[in-house]
Design a binder for this molecule. Structure first.
Ligand code: ZN
Length: 241
């Protein structure tokens, strides 16, 4: 069994379809989503439908929470807030009910999934430092935790009480270490690489890989412009920022 971890799709159907296509040939797999299916992109409803039809397990992201009124958008920047309002106006009751029912944390004995951090997951804290990672390691019950939220793929490792960080794309799990892996973003990467990003975990091989997939960026951009969403949300897709 292999696990596919996707995160931060943000209503980008073109990116999501390319990612699904890239792993659709592989045999036994389970799909997990680390949150933020919606927000920013022009196809939120379609992305929710695709995640559900893939049978993916999903946790709640801050944009998912905002469109259902569960989270305050006070901390969102103007473009993000506008996209949340646009999304909330268009999303069906069915999709909102789905998002509203999502848990903040998922754990299956093998690994854990959360959008931001494991401590105060409802606060959607960005895990950007070793100190922040340490708080999550302290309460992590499994060897691996997958997160999203920052849209920057990479991983923290805890070994002999010390935390290290790497943006390498392949992780070989060591028995004595614990890991927090940021799966990057399917629909709005922010590490200067405009390709969609996702993660594959093979527990038998004890290996985790961060993968990149090209998708039709201009099509996704055109939809954002035609929808009347802020043009900056289209521009950043090409930059991967
Ligand atoms: Zn996000």
């Amino acid at each position: 069994m292999r696990y596919i971890i996707i995160s931060d799709i943000h209503g980008n159907l073109e990116a999501l379809e390319s990612v699904i296509e890239s792993f659709s040939g592989s045999d036994e797999k389970e799909i997990l989503c680390a949150g933020d299916i919606v927000g920013y992109g022009a196809d939120p409803e379609e992305c929710v439908d695709r995640v559900i039809s893939q049978g993916a397990r999903n946790v709640l992201g801050n944009h998912d929470a905002a469109v259902t009124g569960k989270a305050d958008t006070a901390l969102f920047n103007a473009n993000a807030r506008e996209a949340v309002e646009w999304t909330a106006d268009r999303l069906s009751r069915h999709a909102k009910d789905y998002l509203n029912g999502l848990p903040l944390v998922f754990e299956n004995g093998l690994f854990t999934v959360a959008h931001g951090t494991l401590h105060e997951p409802e606060e959607f804290i960005y895990m950007m430092s070793g100190a922040e990672a340490m708080h999550t390691f302290e309460i992590l019950k499994t060897q691996v935790c997958f997160v999203g939220h920052s849209h920057v793929p990479g991983w923290f490792a805890l070994k002999n009480g010390k935390v290290s960080y790497s943006n390498g794309s392949r992780i070989r799990l060591e028995k004595s270490s614990k890991y927090i892996v940021n799966a990057g973003s399917v629909g709005q990467p922010r590490d200067n690489d405009n390709r969609a990003c996702y993660c594959v975990f093979d527990p038998q091989k004890k290996e985790i890989e961060l993968r990149r997939v090209e998708y039709d960026i201009s099509r996704a951009q055109n939809k954002i412009i035609e929808a009347g969403l802020p043009p900056a949300l289209a521009e950043r897709l090409a930059q991967g920022m």
